[in-house]
Design a protein around this ligand. Structure first.
Ligand SMILES: [Fe+2]
Length: 269
């Protein structure tokens, strides 16, 4: 907690492959100290993208040990087939809450925070996502709130492709949760804000990974799919590795957001 009694939360965008993980592991201690962080969260659904996509339990443990207390996922949740059998061994990781209830893994994570109970969950959008969810993310979000009145507040990751669907989710949850953070596009949006009900909102956090790339992949591996109608090759790029996310200040008494700002590391000049 900093001097003016705000708490500070950093939510990092999609961690892409080994370059993203390595920068997080090396820089998080300095970032935590410099920004007086009380809580760090991240979307990890591309953390194993050196192997294609998804995440593994070993990688999740590595990120958790580095200080990321809850990890959210998305459409690449099952990118690593073995993760189907591993997800129940990493209770600090949640798969989209609007997957079928029978799907393996936790649909939300509870964290102690400021002497209160904070819930963290993610939802998968339906527009242009090419994956079938079990229910509307809007309905699933409302149901999660209704089913857990014991939870004091929530931070939600909305993993979705289109801006309108994400903005709609922000207004749907305005005043009902601490934050709605968009992920999935890997491109940071310029609209971090606190909605009038005290909900921090950002359409997309951006990615933690190589920025001289096409959303994290080598340019020479992805460009041919657009030029020559060839299948895309998912090869993680390596240059210009940076972190992106959202820095939120909140009131520790009522868990309402006070400010939300785009986070970039290294710091912009
Ligand atoms: Fe995604």
């Amino acid at each position: 907690m900093n001097q003016n009694s705000s708490v500070r939360i950093l939510f990092l965008g999609d961690i892409v492959g080994k370059p993203g993980r390595a920068l997080i592991l090396s820089q998080l201690p300095e970032i935590r100290e410099r920004f007086h962080l009380d809580l760090i969260l991240a979307n990890g659904e591309n953390a194993a993208s050196d192997k294609g996509s998804g995440i593994t339990a070993a990688i999740a443990h590595e990120l958790h040990a580095a200080g990321i207390l809850a990890i959210t996922l998305g459409n690449h949740t099952w990118g690593q087939k073995e993760f189907l059998n591993e997800i129940d061994s990493v209770p600090f990781v949640c798969r989209p809450a609007n997957f079928a209830a029978s799907a393996p893994g936790a649909s939300w994570v509870e964290l102690p925070f400021c002497g209160k109970r904070l819930g963290v969950a993610c939802f998968l959008g339906q527009a242009s996502m090419r994956i079938l969810t079990d229910s509307s993310p809007f309905r699933a979000a409302s149901e999660l709130l209704e089913q857990h009145p014991e939870i004091d507040s929530w931070i939600f990751d909305f993993h979705a492709e289109t801006t309108a669907e994400k903005i709609a989710m922000g207004w749907h949850l305005n005043g009902r949760v601490l934050a709605v953070m968009g992920t999935n596009t890997h491109v940071q949006s310029n609209d971090a804000q606190v909605l009038d009900g005290g909900t921090a909102y950002m359409t997309d956090l951006g990615m933690c990974g190589p920025h001289r790339s096409i959303i994290g992949h080598k340019i020479e591996a992805r460009l041919p799919s657009f030029l020559q109608s060839l299948p895309p090759r998912a090869e993680v790029a390596s240059e210009d590795v940076q972190l992106r996310g959202c820095l939120i200040e909140a009131d520790p008494i009522n868990l309402k957001a006070q400010s939300a700002k785009a986070f970039r590391w290294p710091l912009p000049e």
